[in-house]
Design a binder for this molecule. Structure first.
Ligand SMILES: [Zn+2]
Length: 391
């Protein structure tokens, strides 16, 4: 590997305690009592679909056996609206909760973060949007992902749907959990298409962190590279043989490492162009990223080919040639993963038509938090052309 990057000053934060082992969630009460011996009333935050799998029964029983009262909040939905967050906070207050456990996909973990900061605070949610606007402390927070994708268990970011389709982010250091538990037994039931879309989202986190224009640093780079190695070599196997615990654990680990990376070296135009798709058609976050990623990488190549070439060497071992040729190999690999896992590859397949492109381009331009990190400046016309290429 060659790298020409010269790093300046940087800072790096992450979750202080991470456990990665199949079956680990059954010991959640042990970890909780180590960290929070005084906790008595836990709120477990999940969604109704995951609750029905029965996979929450063992950790809940373990917590109750250890003497904790456990209240379940299972009203979380994808792209959680403010009303759900506020409902959950009211629940936490009325039960005098002193520990919050997010157990689910990115939405459940994002809601858990906000409950932890809001339940014991006078501050209103609407004053928390943006970067660094959370005041005060939070309740103890444990995160347990049930998909290998968002990395939300190790990020200080919570995304909330604030209007009909608009999303806003709360980004503050208080949102880092105290403990994250990665347990592949929770992910073995994920359908192949969910495994594919969430896994590609995690790969995009690593790619965007490695090529971000701001805050790129040696730790985020190291994490992004290891994440991509794990994700690219296990994603197809995880889709084909979902019961393989070793493969599932590798995906969870890869997604978490990518989360640590982009928590410190932020995402860029792939995410900026993906969010507006979810505003028009209800597609999962991972799929909307997957639909635009090859086209954004192609657009960015004039400014980022050197870094993309370094990543190509990880996802396509033995790849040779110029930086441009290796960048093309990285793009081809992302295409190949989407095709082999059978997820949609064109915007038309998810219900987007040519008539939607103007609105998509307008909405993408509003994602300034992400666009400013992109290695190449994107105009509205550029965004329009990228969506047209993805149609
Ligand atoms: Zn993402």
């Amino acid at each position: 590997m060659t790298t020409s990057a010269v790093f300046g000053a940087f800072s790096f934060s992450t979750v202080p305690h991470i456990v990665s082992e199949p079956g680990a969630v059954k010991r959640i009460a042990v970890y909780v009592s180590q960290h929070f011996p005084n906790a008595r009333r836990a709120l477990l935050v999940t969604d109704s679909g995951f609750l029905k799998t029965g996979l929450v029964d063992a950790p809940i029983a373990a917590l109750r056996d250890a003497g904790l009262a456990v209240t379940i909040f299972s009203e979380v939905v994808a792209d959680p609206p403010e009303a759900i967050v506020l409902q959950a906070v009211a629940n936490a207050r009325s039960n005098a909760i002193d520990l919050v456990i997010g157990l689910g996909g990115g939405s459940s973990m994002d809601v858990a973060k906000l409950i932890a900061v809001l339940a014991g605070s006078e501050q209103e949610l609407k004053t928390m949007y943006g970067i660094g606007n959370v005041k005060g402390s939070r309740l103890p927070l444990v995160q347990v992902p049930t998909t290998a994708g968002t990395g939300s268990e190790v990020t200080p970011i919570s995304i909330v749907t604030t209007g009909a389709t608009t999303k806003m982010g709360v980004v503050s250091p208080q949102l880092y959990a105290d403990l994250a538990i990665l347990d592949a037994e929770l992910t073995v039931g994920l359908p192949p298409k969910v495994t594919a879309a969430t896994g590609i989202d995690a790969m995009v986190h690593a790619i965007e962190a490695y090529t971000t224009k701001v805050k790129k640093n040696p730790l985020s780079d190291m994490l992004a590279r290891q994440a991509l190695a794990l994700l690219s070599s296990n994603i197809v196997a995880a889709c084909e043989d979902g019961k393989n615990l070793a493969v599932r654990q590798a995906m969870l680990l890869g997604a978490m490492l990518a989360g640590q990376s982009f928590a410190n070296a932020p995402c860029a135009a792939v995410h900026a162009l993906a969010y507006p798709i979810g505003g028009i058609v209800h597609v999962p976050h991972g799929l909307s990223n997957s639909l635009v990623v090859p086209h954004v990488l192609r657009f960015n190549a004039p400014n980022a080919a050197g870094l993309y070439a370094e990543l190509a060497e990880i996802v396509v071992p033995g790849v040779m040639g110029s930086a441009e040729a290796r960048t093309q190999a990285l793009i081809d690999k992302m295409d190949e993963i989407a095709k082999r896992t059978g997820i949609e590859t064109r915007l038309r397949q998810v219900g987007i038509s040519e008539a939607d492109l103007d609105r998509l381009a307008d909405d993408a331009m509003l994602q300034t938090r992400l666009l400013t990190n992109n290695p190449r400046d994107i105009t509205r016309a550029d965004a329009h052309a990228i969506y047209a290429a993805a149609l």
